[in-house]
Ligand binder design. Structure first.
Ligand code: GDP
Length: 428
C-alpha cells in the first residue's frame, strides 16, 4: 500500500477544489511565477490521525471531448501505482460521454475507484451516475465542503500511509533526483563505512530504511532505498524510482536534498521534483552535483537557468558539490540540519503580528470593489512546514501576488531559508 490517492476527471469538475479542501491548502501560497507550469500537485490530507497523499492531475490529460492521446506514460504510472482513484464527475453537467471514456481507461488499471459526484449543491439528482456501475459513490460539494469529511473518513480507514519504525528521533535526510544524477554516490559518501552493515541487514528488503549516521559531531539519518537500488544492480543504469515512491519517501523525511546534474543544468524532471517537495511542505536544499567536470561555460548556463527556472523556489539554498570527490558534502549536511531546526521554529504571536503589520503598512492589500481587504490578526498554525494563519476582512480574497509579497516579507524577517512556509487566510 502506498497511501497515495489520485484525483481523476475531466476539466472543471472540481478536482482542484476537492484537492484544496482535502489538503486544507485553499489559501496556501500559489506558485504562479512565469515559467512554472502546474501540471500535477500533491498535498497531505490528515484525517482521524491518519495521513494520505493526494495527487491532483489537474485536468491536463483529459481535454474537451476527447482523451488526450499524448497522455504521458508517467501519468498512467502515477495513477496505477496509487492505492485509490477518486473519479470525479459533475452533478450539474450530468453524465457526459467523456466521463464514460475516462472511466473505461482507468478501469483497465484494476484499481479501486470511488465515484465522487461533485457540485450536488447545484443539482440533487444523481441517479444517472449509477449506470457507471461503481459501488462506492460519494456525493459532495467540494466548494461548500459538504460530504468531503465523510469521503476523507472513508479513505483514511483503508488507505493511509503506513507508519515507519523509528529507531531514533534524529532528523532524516532524503536524497532525490533523476537517474544517474549521483544519488547513490552521495549517499555512499555520507554513509561511508557503515554501508556494508546496511546492505547485510535484514531490513534491506524493505523499500525505505533510515540509516543512523554520526558525523560532523551530529546525529542524523539518511533515508536509503535499498530495495530499489538492488534492482538497479542487475540492470545497470536502469534504476527508476517511480514518482509515487518518491512522494512517499519525501513524506517520511525531514529534509530533501534535490540533486541536479550540473553537466545537464536544470531539466523539467528536476523542476517536477522540486515542485513536489514544495507542495508536500518539506524543507529542502538543491545541490548541483558533478561540478568537478563542468567548465566555465556550463557554470554560466547553470547560473542563467537558476535565475530563470528556479525563481519560484528562490527560498531554497543552492549548493555546488562533487559527490565523487566528497566536495562540499559537510557543508550541505550541516546546513541541512540547521534548516531542519529552523523548520521547527515557534514564532511568538506578538512578533508575527508585528511583522504582518509592518508588511501591511508598507504595502496595503488591494481593494475588492470599493472595500479594502483588511488583515487583522496572525498566529502560527503549526511547524514543519511552518503554517501562518492570518484572519481578516475578506482575507480569503487576497490575490496570489500579495500572498507572495507577504511570504517574502516574513521570510526576510525570520531565518526561513529552505523551510516551506504556507499562509492560510481566513475571513474574520
Ligand atoms: P544515481 O542513479 O543517482 O544513484 O547515480 P549514481 O550515484 O549511480 O551515479 C551515476 C554516475 O555518475 C556514476 O557513474 C557515478 O560515478 C557518476 N557520478 C556521481 N557523482 C559524481 C560526481 O560528483 N562527479 C562525477 N564526475 N561523476 C559522478
Amino acid at each position: 500500500m502506498s497511501g497515495i490517492i489520485t484525483l481523476i476527471g475531466r476539466t472543471n469538475v472540481g478536482k482542484s477544489t476537492l484537492f484544496n479542501s482535502l489538503t486544507n491548502t485553499s489559501n496556501a501560497i500559489v506558485i504562479d511565477e512565469p515559467g512554472y507550469t502546474r501540471d500535477t500537485q500533491q498535498g497531505i490530507c490528515s484525517y482521524n490521525n491518519k495521513n494520505f497523499i493526494v495527487v491532483d492531475t489537474a485536468g491536463l490529460y483529459f481535454e474537451e471531448n476527447k482523451i488526450n492521446e499524448t497522455i504521458e506514460i508517467n501519468t498512467f504510472e502515477t495513477i496505477s501505482e496509487s492505492d485509490l482513484i477518486l473519479f470525479l464527475v459533475d452533478a450539474k453537467d450530468g453524465l457526459v460521454a467523456l466521463d464514460k471514456l475516462i472511466l473505461e481507461k482507468i478501469r483497465k488499471l484494476n484499481k479501486k475507484i470511488y465515484l465522487v459526484v461533485n457540485k450536488i449543491d447545484k443539482c440533487k439528482t444523481t441517479e444517472e451516475f449509477t449506470e457507471l456501475g461503481l459501488k462506492n459513490i460519494f456525493k459532495i460539494s467540494a466548494k461548500n465542503k459538504s460530504g468531503v469529511s465523510s469521503l476523507a473518513d472513508e479513505i483514511s480507514r483503508s488507505f493511509s500511509l503506513p507508519s515507519v519504525d523509528l529507531d531514533n528521533n534524529y532528523p532524516s535526510i532524503l536524497i532525490i533526483g533523476k537517474p544517474n544524477v549521483g544519488k547513490s554516490t552521495l549517499s555512499n559518501s555520507i554513509i561511508g563505512k557503515n554501508k556494508q552493515l546496511i546492505e547485510d541487514s535484514p531490513g534491506t528488503t524493505r523499500d525505505c530504511i533510515k540509516i543512523p549516521i554520526n558525523k560532523y559531531e551530529k546525529n542524523f539519518n539518511i533515508i536509503d532505498t535499498p530495495g530499489i537500488k538492488r534492482k538497479s544492480k542487475s540492470h545497470k543504469h536502469s534504476e527508476k524510482i517511480s514518482y509515487i515512491k518518491t512522494l512517499e519517501f519525501v513524506y517520511y523525511s525531514d529534509l530533501v536534498i534535490v540533486l541536479i546534474d550540473a553537466t545537464q543544468s536544470i531539466t523539467d524532471q528536476d523542476l517536477t521534483l522540486i515542485k513536489a517537495v514544495m507542495d508536500l511542505g518539506k524543507s529542502s536544499v538543491i545541490a548541483f552535483n558533478k561540478t568537478d567536470i563542468i567548465d566555465e561555460y556550463q557554470r554560466q548556463i547553470i547560473q542563467r537557468d537558476i535565475d530563470i527556472k528556479l525563481k519560484f523556489a528562490s527560498y531554497i539554498p543552492i549548493f555546488y558539490i562533487s559527490a565523487i570527490n566528497s566536495t562540499n558534502i559537510k557543508n550541505i549536511i550541516l546546513s541541512s540540519l540547521k534548516i531542519i531546526e529552523h523548520s521547527k521554529l515557534s514564532i511568538s504571536t506578538p512578533s508575527l503580528n508585528k511583522i504582518v503589520n509592518e508588511a501591511v503598512d508598507s504595502h496595503q492589500p488591494p481593494l475588492v470593489g470599493k472595500k479594502r481587504i483588511r488583515l487583522r490578526y496572525a498566529h502560527q498554525g503549526g511547524n514543519n512546514p511552518i503554517r501562518i494563519i492570518i484572519h481578516g476582512d475578506m482575507a480569503e480574497r487576497l490575490p496570489n501576488g500579495y500572498k507572495r509579497y507577504l511570504t517574502n516579507y516574513i521570510r526576510k524577517k525570520i531565518e526561513l531559508s529552505g523551510v516551506a512556509l504556507f499562509l492560510e487566510l481566513r475571513n474574520k
